[in-house]
Design a protein around this ligand. Structure first.
Ligand code: GLY
Length: 347
């Protein structure tokens, strides 16, 4: 078993252990005496793992209940959020009870936002069952839903008390879900460790997960509230989120981030923010991993979505400039420059 500690104002452990799902009750007992625990799961993870997790909780004396919602990005909205909140109230969950997320990034976000706002905040445990949720969404406390106008526009920072990752769940992922994880792994490599690329290319996904966690740990520990260095993790996401929204979420998060990274590398070079254009190298790496690389939208189509990015403040937006694979910096640009940046991205 591996344990990684995240040391932010709320510190918590990430447990990585094959078979951990059947030991969830034992792990929760390290933190809590028996109480009510509501499992919030997407329908896919719910049908695969809810029974195992519920039984493990019962064996340890907890009283589990469950709320399921349809799997997919389309569920990441205010309606699901409200339905889940009301389900918690119907279960008479109190402030001393616990919410568990079980599933991919959408479950992590919905459960995080619900836990942070139900009765002004109750404890949260994440059980990620995809690479994306294990490597990214479960750590750092960001939790949000999409609004009609754009992605992740309503949310909260709400750190979990524990993250339990069972790598056996990755064996059940669809190919697109594995690809989503690979894109996020490549992003972490570009942001801070070029040597991660060959490990990903060699299919060492266990290493990708652990190295990605350590990269994210180092950034959230110095900047939990996303006001500085943590923004490096947004590489590929400014344009990626626009692509997701423009495609009505038919392009998955990882696919959009893959295309977004190439576009943002092109844009940074085209704008003269860096002397090196890594877009060609990135295209080779990402297409070799089976990810899409072609941007099929125009700057005019993407710009309205870019204008509702939550990173905009005082008329400026912070973008990530890739200097080389393994080294990125942050730069603030005006919204007028953002238009030109998108134009360069779409050349
Ligand atoms: N997914 C980017 C972050 O957590 O900051």
């Amino acid at each position: 078993m591996k344990r990684i500690q995240i040391t932010t104002p709320t510190s918590y452990d990430i447990i990585i252990e094959p078979g951990a799902l059947s030991r969830v009750g034992e792990f929760l007992s390290e933190l809590y005496t028996p109480r009510k625990v509501c499992i919030i799961a997407d329908s896919t993870a719910g049908s695969l793992y809810c029974e195992t997790v519920s039984n493990a909780l019962k064996e340890a004396g907890f009283t589990p209940s469950r709320v399921l919602f349809p799997a997919g990005e389309h569920s990441k909205n205010l309606t699901t959020y409200a339905n889940v909140l009301e389900a918690l109230a119907s279960e008479n969950l109190s402030r001393s009870d616990v919410v568990i997320s079980l599933g991919g990034g959408v479950a992590t976000d919905i459960a995080g936002f619900v836990a942070g706002t139900y009765m002004r905040g109750i404890d949260l445990v994440h059980i990620p069952t995809t690479f994306l949720s294990a490597m990214d969404a479960s750590i750092g406390g960001k939790a949000a839903v999409n609004l009609l106008q754009g992605k992740n526009l309503a949310g909260i920072f709400w750190a979990p008390r524990l993250v339990i990752c069972d790598p056996d769940t990755f064996k059940n992922l669809r190919q697109t879900q594995v690809h989503d994880g690979l894109a996020e792994g490549v992003k972490n490599a570009v942001v801070s460790d070029a040597s991660l690329i060959p490990r990903i290319q060699n299919g060492d996904l266990e290493y990708m997960l652990e190295r990605s966690l350590s990269i994210k740990k180092s950034l959230v520990e110095v900047d939990e509230r996303d006001q500085g260095l943590r923004q490096l993790l947004n590489f590929g996401h400014t344009i990626g989120h626009c692509i997701e929204k423009a495609s009505s979420y038919s392009v998955s998060h990882g696919q959009a981030v893959a295309i977004g990274m190439i576009a943002e590398a092109k844009a940074a070079f085209g704008m003269g923010y860096t002397n090196t254009d890594i877009s060609g190298e990135l295209t080779k790496i990402l297409s070799g991993l089976g990810l899409p690389t072609e941007l099929r939208y125009t700057a005019e189509e993407l710009y309205p979505f870019a204008l509702i990015d939550k990173k905009i403040s005082d008329g400026m937006i912070s973008i990530v400039v890739p200097e080389a694979i393994g080294k990125c910096t942050l730069k603030k640009i005006t919204l007028a420059e953002l238009g030109e940046y998108l134009y360069q991205a779409c050349r």
